[in-house]
Design a protein around this ligand. Structure first.
Ligand SMILES: Nc1nc2c(ncn2[C@@H]2O[C@H](COP(=O)(O)OP(=O)(O)OP(=O)(O)O)[C@@H](O)[C@H]2O)c(=O)[nH]1
Ligand SMILES: [Mg+2]
Ligand SMILES: [Zn+2]
Length: 292
């Protein structure tokens, strides 16, 4: 295939893929995605970029981490715009309470704070991608790490604190450090797509507590002897985190249920075709016998 003056000579096989439920469910309450949308492939690290302005949202970070774990990929969190605060480390600590073992980098594209830590992810042969909402500061980071302005950047609305969806395509950039970086458009919503394996990593604290519940099928809502509820009362975990856990668990169950149903339907349809072929074959044989 020829694209302007470039020729694609080889397409590398996909080692891994970051995908989410395809968008297009806006305005439809509880509507679920029906297709997977690939964000990027062959990744070593997926950066969740969050600006330390009105973009900062622990629940969204949790959601992004679940999506990344679901795809079997390695996350790292970048908290950018650190220059807006006197003590930005408090945000790092907050994120560390929900992201176990995930590197959290505090950076500022404005004054260069923490950028050296990111260089390691960009060594030759490595590929990373940036996800986050519009206006989080993804493209500004790419520009800073690249050393010049190669990606367009936009402003954030003062009234609603949101970006203007400046980046509109997925851009793979070969960085001067030797690695590759994929800049993405801002994500409006994160619909899950596949499996539920990500929950145990993203909510390791709750899953660990759940092992101590009295009933093995505890829903952690109202059962006696529920360790999760106890931890909530004792302030070990927050209400918001538990609510987000339940919400995502529901979505995951719905998804796996629906995918299971789809698989059943595929199987039924396959058997319908086989049965029709057998019937046609019998009919043909019958005719052949009559001829004899
Ligand atoms: N103070 C401060 N502002 C920043 C920093 N990084 C980015 N910004 C500002 O944040 C705004 C949005 O930056 P972008 O890099 O365009 O954001 P984006 O995440 O690429 O947004 P989309 O392309 O719309 O998804 C711009 O006005 C930047 O100047 C930072 O470290 N500090
Ligand atoms: Mg951008
Ligand atoms: Zn329980």
């Amino acid at each position: 295939m020829v694209m302007t003056d470039h020729v694609i000579s080889n397409v590398l096989p996909r080692k891994n893929v970051l995908s989410r439920g395809a968008a297009g469910r806006r305005g439809k309450e509880n509507a679920q995605p029906t297709r997977a949308q690939v964000i990027a492939a062959n990744l070593d690290t997926v950066f969740v970029v969050c600006g330390l302005d009105r973009d900062f949202n622990l629940r969204r970070i949790e959601r992004c981490l679940t999506l990344i774990y679901n795809c079997g990929l390695n996350p790292a969190v970048i908290l950018t715009k650190a220059d807006l605060h006197m003590h930005p480390e408090v945000f790092t600590r907050e994120v560390e309470t929900i992201a176990f073992g995930v590197p959290v980098h505090l950076v500022s594209a404005k004054d260069g704070l923490g950028l050296v830590q990111l260089e390691d992810y960009l060594s030759p042969g490595k590929t990373c991608t940036l996800i986050g909402s519009s206006g989080a500061g993804k493209s500004t980071l790419v520009n800073r790490l690249y050393g010049k302005s190669i990606q367009l950047t936009g402003s954030v609305s003062e009234t609603v604190g949101k970006g203007t969806h400046t980046t509109t395509s997925r851009d793979l950039i070969i960085m001067p450090q030797g690695g590759m970086m994929i800049d993405n458009p801002g994500i409006r919503e994160i619909a899950f797509w596949d499996g539920d394996g990500g929950m145990e990593h993203a909510f390791a604290d709750i899953e660990r507590l759940a092992l101590e519940c009295r009933f093995s099928d505890c829903s952690h809502m109202h059962e006696p002897g529920c360790r999760v509820q106890q931890a909530l009362i004792e302030g070990e975990i927050t209400k918001d985190r538990v609510e987000n856990y339940h919400k995502m668990k529901r979505e995951m169950m719905y998804l796996s249920d629906r995918q299971h149903k789809t698989a059943n339907r595929v199987e039924r349809e396959r058997w319908k075709t086989v049965a029709a072929e057998i019937k046609a074959m019998k009919k043909r044989r019958g005719k052949e016998r009559v001829k004899l």
